[in-house]
Design a protein around this ligand. Structure first.
Ligand code: XMP
Length: 511
């Protein structure tokens, strides 16, 4: 097979597939994800220097479990199997896989007995992360053992020519401290890759050229949300085509305190040609009396489309719609096979009759890579590092009826919480922090007078990808300051509570 300087990750359904791809890129080699049932011709056409088979929730003993074509397994392509990937390799080459007596989950220790993957690990006993039930019980002919866990399970195997290697544990997760050394042995020693994936001026120049070629003097329109992805997409496109890019920023009235003003100032400083539409009254009117969360989302999504379309028409339409699609969106919407268009973050799916082509300059990049490009384009760090904010905005954080008064109360409390987190130097350690205004009133007392006020909940979480999240342990003193300030400075609030649920079972947002 021909070879490009990239690694192909075959997704067998693991929650860590994207993490494997990111780890490979962190080592300086471009990686792509394709789903295991992608037609063989497409796998071959990708021309990777090596393939990594991900883990997955299935058993190779199941009838319709993920497989890989024999032509690929038996080609000259270097292959690394991880977890399910190791069981698939063992099974496909004639070894025996069986359900273990018990699952091995979490931290484990393995003893290394050799193998190319461990060439850069000094120690013979490694801390690793396991998550499996099935085990390889018998090696396939022509394979040797390279590692075994302390509980006795096979943890690493390698073919006699060293081309096919596999691990029962997960080198991609942070809980396997030597994981990057192991992946780097595969990528550089076994696949012969070069570290040439760099996100800087070269990538930007190439992309600017590609945008010019695609736009060919036409007009491009884009919806800006104040988020990182849409901003970085717009700035790079502006560099390519200047004022032929028309941006629309719809203020739906559900933004945080001073957000519309600050975001517009940032856009101005970046020379973006932005049409600011204050549609907050329209949104509030449409949402009057609505308390059901899904109804709120639907109303906001539909009205957003209408406002965006009206503005686009006023601007005289465009040939292309610029979207801030990033690689996880591509993978999640179509297994990396391409072709499926992500619904717009804020408008929840633009109508087909807009008849515009799509421009998606960031569709190959992960979020941290988008941030890198943002830095290289000169976008201020505090803007790039902002916490994610949902399209429907404060509407999903203001439980119960949405009124301007209640939204203002929430905005004030939220601003205090974030200000104190920034003051404590914790903002960048937290994935997302915000206040939610609850549909509950409670009794309080201020200066001997009974109050019956609003309740606000503080939510701060750590996460890697928002799929799962852990509540963030904020210092008690910080919580105390925040609670006191909110009750003193926002007189309508007389109670502050802390949300200590992780995701699952809760979601990050309250609605
Ligand atoms: P949940 O609440 O589902 O949120 O745990 C996961 C992440 O997604 C964000 N979120 C949204 N982002 N449009 C968006 O662009 C939305 O409708 C939306 N709903 C939730 C949320 O803030 C968190 O980061």
């Amino acid at each position: 097979m021909a070879k490009k300087n990239k690694i192909l990750i075959i997704d067998c359904g693991s929650q860590y597939t994207q993490l494997i791809a990111r780890r490979v890129r962190e080592l300086g080699v471009y990686s792509e994800i394709l789903f295991w049932d992608t037609p063989m011709e497409k796998l071959i056409a990708a021309e990777p220097a090596g393939i990594i088979l991900s883990g997955g929730p299935r058993s190779v003993l199941d009838k319709d479990a993920p497989t890989l074509p024999t032509e690929i397994l038996r080609s000259d392509m270097p292959i690394l199997g991880i977890c399910y990937g190791m069981q698939l390799i063992a099974h496909s080459f004639g070894g025996k896989v069986k359900r273990g007596e018990y699952a091995e989950y979490g931290h484990a220790k393995v003893n290394v007995s050799g193998g190319r993957l461990f060439a850069h690990c000094d120690e013979k006993k490694l801390d690793v992360w396991m998550s499996h039930w099935d085990e390889v019980k018998e090696l396939p002919v022509g394979f040797k053992e390279t590692a075994r866990s302390e509980s006795g399970a096979l943890a690493g195997i390698e073919s006699s020519d060293g081309r096919v290697t596999a691990l029962q544990f997960h080198p991609e997760v942070a809980h396997t401290p030597k994981g990057q050394e192991i992946l780097s042995a595969f990528i550089f020693d076994i696949c012969g890759c070069k570290a040439d994936w760099q996100l800087g001026s070269e990538w930007i120049d190439r992309e600017i050229q590609a945008i010019r070629e695609k736009v060919k003097g036409g007009r491009v329109i884009c919806g800006l949300s104040g988020g990182v992805d849409s901003t970085v997409s717009a700035v790079i496109t502006q560099r390519a085509i200047g004022d032929d890019l028309h941006c629309i920023f719809v203020d739906h009235g559900m933004l945080r305190k001073n957000e519309a003003k600050e975001v517009m100032e940032t856009y101005k400083s970046l020379n973006l040609n932005v049409h600011h539409v204050d549609a907050s009254d329209r949104f509030l009117k449409a949402l009057a009396g609505v308390t059901e969360p899904e109804r709120k989302r639907k109303i906001i999504g539909e009205l957003f489309i209408r406002v965006f379309e009206e503005e686009a028409r006023k601007l005289g339409g465009a040939d292309l719609l610029l979207q801030g699609t990033i690689y996880p969106d591509v993978v999640e919407s179509g297994h990396g096979g391409g072709g499926v268009i992500k619904s717009h973050h804020n408008v929840g799916g633009l109508p087909e009759d807009m008849k515009m082509g799509l421009l998606e300059p960031l569709r190959d990049l992960f979020k941290d890579e988008v941030r890198k490009i943002g830095h290289a384009l000169g976008i201020a760090s505090h803007f790039i590092g902002r916490h994610p904010f949902p399209g429907p905005g404060l509407a999903v954080r203001c439980l119960g009826e949405l009124t301007k008064e209640r939204l203002d109360i929430l905005r004030e409390a939220d601003a205090i919480f974030i200000e104190e987190i920034r003051k404590a130097g914790l903002y960048d350690d937290i994935w997302q922090a915000f206040c939610a205004l609850l549909p509950v009133r409670s009794v309080g007392v201020v200066g001997d007078v009974r109050t019956y006020g609003e309740t606000v909940a503080l939510r701060a979480i750590s996460s890697l990808d928002a799929m799962t999240a852990e509540w963030f342990r904020l210092p008690y003193d910080l919580l105390d300051t925040v609670a006191r300030r909110i009750c003193n400075e926002v007189p309508q609030i007389n109670r502050v509570v802390l949300d200590v649920t992780s995701k699952p079972p809760a979601t990050i947002e309250w609605e």
